[in-house]
Design a protein around this ligand. Structure first.
Ligand code: HEM
Length: 465
């Protein structure tokens, strides 16, 4: 009996001293939160309610660092500006980008956003170079012509799905930034197959014939062939190549190696993918927000009409300098980016055990910086659900509280061209057209996967006399 008491006593001493001698980091607990049901975790809860509510109820209950379990993965949601900065900037090397294998299959494994390190840096410089201010300033007349033609095709009072139609506009602008001029045949081939790929992108990944996913995968193979033939033609041409494709074709790494056709094709599809739905979804929200606020629409129209008049009633095209001088419209765009927060959060994976604010984020866990929760936090944006562009007049924002284009090494290299596209589209929409939202009293949201007004915002457009 005495031996047993001694044994228990020494065991307790050993456990206690082990706990006390452990570094504070090693004693760290997992963040608070619920892992839900075994295996399915909280996936059903997330998909059966508005994701805003899912995240904000957990944030209210547990604080700014919350653990959960979604789609078979343990995750930590981080909803503070400091935490986003930690994951995406200061400790970015501890968190790698992570995507399901099916997405890599459809986009192509060489696309820059699947990578980190030197390959990512090399590709990012090329993409950034092709979208720099010096390059995109020359695109204003062409983007203007695409916007005007697009709006013209909507007019006449028939009902259109605004989001669906805007996807054609943003596709055409993306093609312009990638290829410069591209012949109609290749453009139509790319469009037809890209739209099939896009349709199956979020479907259940299966190789069963006839499914959306397998159609999408076949379209991706056809896109590779089309891109290979364009690459071959461009290599044979002697003229200076423009756009992203030109930058990719001219690239040499430190050993003088050129990029393979697969690397070029995957990055072209990657940029198309990153550019199209995001910008189309944002423009759909902007058209809804200004439609729903007649005073704001009048102020935006007044600003744009003054520019339109100075261009001889649209006889001369819009200029780059004019796009830099649209204060009201700029603020409408900023507030729309905040309010809609179409990239609600991003995903990374911890490459090692990471300690943050006394909590352990185990290696292999997913980490989600929650942009939307930060953008809708009343501590940073008063009355956050009110659409109020004037909030951007009130001096500088708190650091890292406004990140519609992300931050750090993977932040959006297309942010300037996206803003330019939106400014130009709004210019033509409000100066030459009027529109009416059909069933305007509905405030529903659909996730495609970006939040988009219900049914893509059905609307009727008329050309102004
Ligand atoms: C309003 C429209 C857009 C929004 C809101 C948006 C937002 C974002 C965000 C938040 C990220 C960072 C994602 C992360 O950290 O995981 C990102 C990355 C990216 N965006 Fe955009 N984007 C838009 C338009 C565009 C356009 C027009 C292009 C190209 C022409 C583009 C190209 C990219 C690329 C290539 C990346 C990956 C960068 C990397 O991994 O280094 N985006 N975007």
């Amino acid at each position: 009996m005495g031996d047993l008491i001694l044994y228990i006593f020494f065991s307790l001493v050993a456990i206690l001293s082990f706990m006390l001698l452990k570094k504070p980091q090693q004693r760290a607990n997992l963040p608070p939160g619920s892992m839900g049901w075994p295996y399915i975790g909280e996936t059903l809860r997330l998909y059966s309610q508005n994701p805003d509510v899912f995240f904000s109820t957990r944030q209210r209950r547990y604080g700014e660092i919350v653990k959960t379990h979604i789609l078979g993965c343990p995750c930590v949601m981080l909803a503070s500006p400091e935490a986003a900065w930690f994951v995406l900037v200061t400790q970015a090397h501890l968190f790698k980008p992570t995507y399901p294998p099916s997405k890599e299959q459809l986009i192509g494994r060489w696309a820059l956003f699947f990578h980190q390190g030197s390959y990512h840096l090399q590709m990012r410089k090329l993409v950034q170079g092709s979208l720099s201010l010096d390059v995109i300033r020359n695109l204003v007349p062409d983007i203007g012509a695409i916007a005007a033609a697009c709006l013209e095709s909507w007019s006449g009072g028939h009902v259109i799905s605004t989001f669906h139609e805007l996807k054609k506009f943003t596709f055409d602008v993306a093609i312009l930034t990638i290829f410069g001029n591209l012949d109609t045949w290749n453009k139509e081939q790319l469009k037809e197959n890209y739209f099939i790929l896009d349709k199956g992108y979020n479907s259940f990944p299966t190789s069963l014939p006839g499914t959306l996913f397998s159609k999408s995968a076949s379209a991706r193979r056809r896109l590779s062939k089309i891109l290979s033939s364009i690459i071959k033609e461009r290599k044979e041409e002697r003229s200076v190549q423009k756009g992203l494709l030109g930058c990719l074709l001219n690239s040499r790494d430190e050993n003088g190696q050129i990029l393979t056709d697969d690397q070029i094709a995957d990055n072209i599809i990657g940029v198309l993918f990153a550019a199209q739905d995001t910008t189309a979804s944002m423009l759909t929200w902007i058209l809804k927000y200004i439609h729903d606020d007649p005073k704001l629409l009048a102020a935006t129209r007044c600003e744009q009409k003054a520019i339109y008049k100075s261009n001889g009633g649209g006889n001369q095209p819009l200029t780059w300098a004019q796009t830099k001088n649209m204060a009201v419209t700029q603020k409408v765009i900023m507030e729309s980016l905040r309010m809609a927060s179409i990239i609600s959060f991003t995903y990374r994976e911890a490459v090692d055990d990471v300690y943050y604010k006394g909590y352990l984020i185990p290696k292999g866990w997913k980490v989600l910086p929650m942009f939307r929760n930060i953008h809708h936090n009343p501590d940073f944006f008063s009355d956050p659900y009110k659409f109020d562009p004037s909030r951007f007049e009130a001096g500088p924002l708190k650091p890292n509280t406004f990140m519609p284009f992300g931050t750090g090494v993977h932040s959006c290299p297309g942010n300037e061209v996206a803003k330019l596209e939106m400014l130009i589209f709004i210019h033509y929409a409000v100066t030459k057209f009027r529109w009416e939202v059909v069933g305007s009293k509905t405030n529903g949201v659909q996730y495609q996967p970006f939040p988009v007004p219900e049914k893509g915002l059905p609307a009727k457009f008329w050309k102004e006399c």
